[in-house]
Design a protein around this ligand. Structure first.
Ligand SMILES: CCC1=C(C)/C(=C/C2=NC(=C\c3[nH]c(/C=C4\NC(=O)[C@H](C)[C@H]4CC)c(C)c3CCC(=O)O)/C(CCC(=O)O)=C2C)NC1=O
Length: 164
């Protein structure tokens, strides 16, 4: 599993050197943010189903044509898969918050996603709309502390950019 620590250590290792001061500073920075990330992970996990449901509802509201016959939200199976896909991204975000790096999203969410969606003829704009809704919905201190929200939003931005 990739984390901030393994990323820095394996990069130094591949270059045949010990981690530099700036390598160690980047690990230290990440560890200092760990408490905020853990808080975000915990709050997201306890609310993940409703966060995903709201994001799904918002994207279908923005793109109602998806409900038309033959479109990607037209059957019960498609609806379930759409909501499931959004949950996948939220779970991967949760995992990234825990490990302190984007490894889980990169490896399981983002790698190959464009090819998959193209092959299935799925538009990516609704995914962007769903995740952007979640990005604008989180509120500090109501949902989590300001620091935790920064960490959570940064990962949402990361996925949104990968799909935009
Ligand atoms: C862990 C990471 C991960 C992701 C991200 C993922 C996505 C993913 N979504 C899929 C399908 C699907 N995804 C959707 C989604 C949508 N319908 C809509 O109206 C919107 C455009 C969108 C929701 C925002 C639909 C309808 C299908 C089925 C498409 C088909 O069978 O033709 C498939 C094809 C396999 C399957 O049918 O289950 C994959 C791989 N799978 C993964 O393992």
């Amino acid at each position: 599993m990739k984390s901030v620590v393994t990323t820095v250590v394996s990069a130094a290792d591949a270059a045949g050197r010990f981690p530099t001061t700036s390598d160690l500073e980047s690990v230290q920075g990440s560890l200092q943010r760990a408490a905020a990330r853990m808080e975000a992970a915990e709050k997201l996990a306890s609310n993940l189903d409703s966060v995903a449901q709201e994001a799904y509802d918002a994207c279908i509201k923005k793109y109602p044509y998806l409900n038309n016959e033959g479109e990607a939200n037209s059957t019960d199976t498609y609806k379930q898969k759409c909501l499931r896909d959004i949950k996948h991204y939220m779970r991967l975000i949760n995992y990234c918050l825990v490990v302190g790096g984007t490894g889980p999203l990169d490896e399981w969410g983002i790698a190959g996603q464009r090819e998959v969606y193209r092959a299935l003829n799925l538009p990516t704009a609704p995914y962007v709309a769903a995740l952007t809704f979640a990005r604008n919905r989180g509120c500090a201190p109501r949902d989590m502390s300001a620091q935790a929200l920064v960490e959570y939003n940064a990962l949402l931005d990361y996925v949104i950019n990968s799909l935009s």
